[in-house]
Design a protein around this ligand. Structure first.
Ligand SMILES: O=c1nc[nH]c2c1ncn2[C@H]1C[C@H](O)[C@@H](COP(=O)(O)OP(=O)(O)OP(=O)(O)O)O1
Ligand SMILES: [Mg+2]
Length: 206
């Protein structure tokens, strides 16, 4: 059985990867192990780009486990905010000194809606970015990089109960609903992560 450590502590990502790996690699003996099951200490995300942070996370997990590693660095870019929150999406509320009582994703979502106060629908274009990095070992000099993006718009009011992160705020024109109103299967077929995973499936060298 080929073992790969998944260098993420995000439960929403882990659910999506679990479904995508069983769909894409169902006939191959690959075991994907979330890094917290192997007691990996999380990497500090000190990079200035998604790809740098994904490499840092994959290298950190591979170093601590001796296994090949896959990392996902992702986030949302809002045009009206000059691309913020971008690589800082997970830390957005904290970095902005958000004053509300919400925590985690809820605080980030509230902060984003607040930052866009007074901005009309047509000016709320945004996209999710996902960069996947696969390292065969911790010192792998040729990281394999797979990228996907997903266009949408930030709504005025959150909607939907599925997904995670900014999904309740991300309206997808083609589906006429937010990402949080899609099933996991629907989202994985068209999302930034789904697009990057399709590229990985076609091109990865294990
Ligand atoms: O499909 C998505 N639907 C909604 N929100 C999403 C999605 N994909 C990324 N996002 C948001 C969540 C988080 O605010 C940031 C990722 O930050 P990012 O550092 O890559 O992940 P993380 O810290 O949650 O977990 P980890 O680094 O352990 O993988 O973008
Ligand atoms: Mg992170």
């Amino acid at each position: 059985m080929k073992k790969i450590v998944l260098a993420s502590g995000n439960a929403g990502k882990l659910r999506e990867f679990s479904a995508m790996f069983s769909r894409h690699f169902n006939d191959q003996p690959i075991e994907i192990i979330p890094q917290n099951q192997l007691n990996v200490h999380e990497a500090e995300e000190t990079g200035l780009s998604f790809v740098e942070n994904a490499i840092l996370k994959a290298r950190n997990a591979s170093r601590q486990t001796g296994l090949p590693a896959l990392a996902d660095d992702s986030g949302i870019e809002v045009d009206a905010l000059n691309g913020a929150p971008g690589i800082y999406s997970a830390r957005y509320a904290q970095r902005c000194g958000y004053q509300g009582t919400e925590q985690g994703d809820a605080a980030n979502n509230a902060m984003l809606l607040q930052a866009l106060t007074g901005i009309a629908s047509e000016q709320r274009n945004a996209r999710f970015q996902c960069v996947l990095v696969y390292l065969r070992h911790a010192d792998d000099p040729t990281p394999q990089v797979f990228q996907g993006s997903w266009e949408g718009r930030i709504v005025l009011q959150p909607d939907g109960n599925e997904g995670f992160g900014y999904d309740p705020l991300f309206y997808v024109d083609s589906e006429q609903c937010t990402a949080a109103a899609l099933t996991k299967e629907q989202k994985n077929r068209i999302s930034h992560r789904g697009v990057a995973m399709n590229k990985l499936t076609e091109n990865i060298r294990f």
